[in-house]
Ligand binder design. Structure first.
Ligand SMILES: C[S@@+](CC[C@H](N)C(=O)[O-])C[C@H]1O[C@@H](n2cnc3c(N)ncnc32)[C@H](O)[C@@H]1O
Length: 312
């Protein structure tokens, strides 16, 4: 596979443990790095999901090698239960998620994910959808709502100043391009020598999360996971943001009976109910030093996994 580095691949395979005859859902097909590795690891089937229609042709190319062992379904992993039902697929033995966007998406200026290239301020993972774009959000949301998004999803301390500048600037001229937005943010946020990232990084991340309702998607996928997995099936999630990782951590703790019941901080609105998962390790697994050197995006990755167990 080319174009996208499959993050924590050895650790994902170990946690998922594909076996002959099994059926595995790769909920974030992307460039197909995980799907190919699962199909190579065992004589199994992979149901690959991606909300980006551009992934379809990559899956079709892989089907030349794997035939009907690989099935591609275009849709959101939050709808995994409905997608599987619609495809006539029963319960599965594994469900893996590698959250966020792929290098293909980031590197294509037209998609509007990156401040490194000038392009339309879009950021929708499914650019054929009718959902609002990042430009719709920055041109229409009120100042407070913008500040909240940038603060909460971007961890940006200067969120209020950025939101104020966005509102001032759009009164003169609406935002159309990634450069329009990056310039405004760079005016407000000084370049830090400490973290070495572009000052626009956090704001762009926040908008991407909002545009694609990424946390809502994760919540829906977690809630569905207990229904779609066979007993003994594995749930494996690789996340890149503390909000995502915190959500996975607390969900799995609740569902494995390791969290005090009814914690008022539990972010996922679920009926706690029975114990249906067994944690695979209490702590998140981090990428190896070698991987972090090879691929800087891996540095923030955290993997959590659990096994579906008979409800008790
Ligand atoms: C980080 S990439 C996955 C890369 C993949 N593991 C590989 O090895 O090639 C994330 C992919 O998931 C897709 N994606 C993100 N959120 C999604 C969602 N809620 N439903 C379906 N696909 C989603 C994106 O479109 C992107 O293609």
């Amino acid at each position: 596979m080319t174009g996208h580095y499959p993050v924590m691949l050895p650790e994902v395979l170990e946690a998922l443990s594909p076996s002959d005859g099994g059926v595995y859902v790769d909920g974030t097909f992307g460039a197909g790095g995980y799907s190919a590795a699962i199909l190579d690891a065992a004589d199994c089937r992979v149901i690959a999901i991606d909300r980006d229609p551009a992934a379809r042709s990559r899956a079709a190319a892989m089907q030349e090698k794997y035939g009907d062992r690989l099935v591609f379904l275009c849709g959101c992993f939050g709808d995994v239960a409905q997608l599987l039902e619609g495809g006539g697929i029963g319960k599965v033995d594994g469900f893996v998620l590698d959250l966020g966007v792929s290098s293909f998406q980031i590197d294509e200026a037209e998609r509007g994910f990156s401040f490194r290239f000038d392009g339309p301020l879009d950021m929708r993972m499914n650019s054929e959808s009718e959902e609002p774009t990042a430009a719709d959000i920055v041109n229409n949301y009120d100042e407070k709502k913008l500040a909240n998004i940038i603060y909460l999803y971007g961890d940006e301390r200067r969120s209020r100043q950025i939101a104020r500048r966005i509102v001032e600037r759009r009164a003169e001229r609406v935002f159309e391009t990634t450069e329009d937005l990056a310039d405004v943010v760079r005016d407000v946020v000084p370049k830090s020598h400490k973290d070495k990232i572009d000052p626009a990084t956090r704001t762009f991340q926040a908008l991407r999360i909002a545009v694609n309702d990424e946390l809502g998607e994760l919540e829906r996928a977690l809630i569905s996971s207990e229904d779609v997995l066979n007993d003994g099936g594995r749930l494996v999630v690789v996340s890149f943001h503390s909000l995502e990782d915190g959500m996975v951590k607390r969900y799995l703790r609740e569902k494995s009976g390791s969290e005090p019941r009814g914690s008022r901080y539990a972010p996922v609105a679920v009926d706690v109910g029975d114990v249906v998962f067994k944690l695979r390790g209490k702590k998140a697994v981090k990428p190896s030093d070698v991987e972090c050197k090879e691929n800087s995006r891996s540095r923030s990755a955290r993997l959590r996994a659990a096994t579906r167990v008979v409800a008790s």
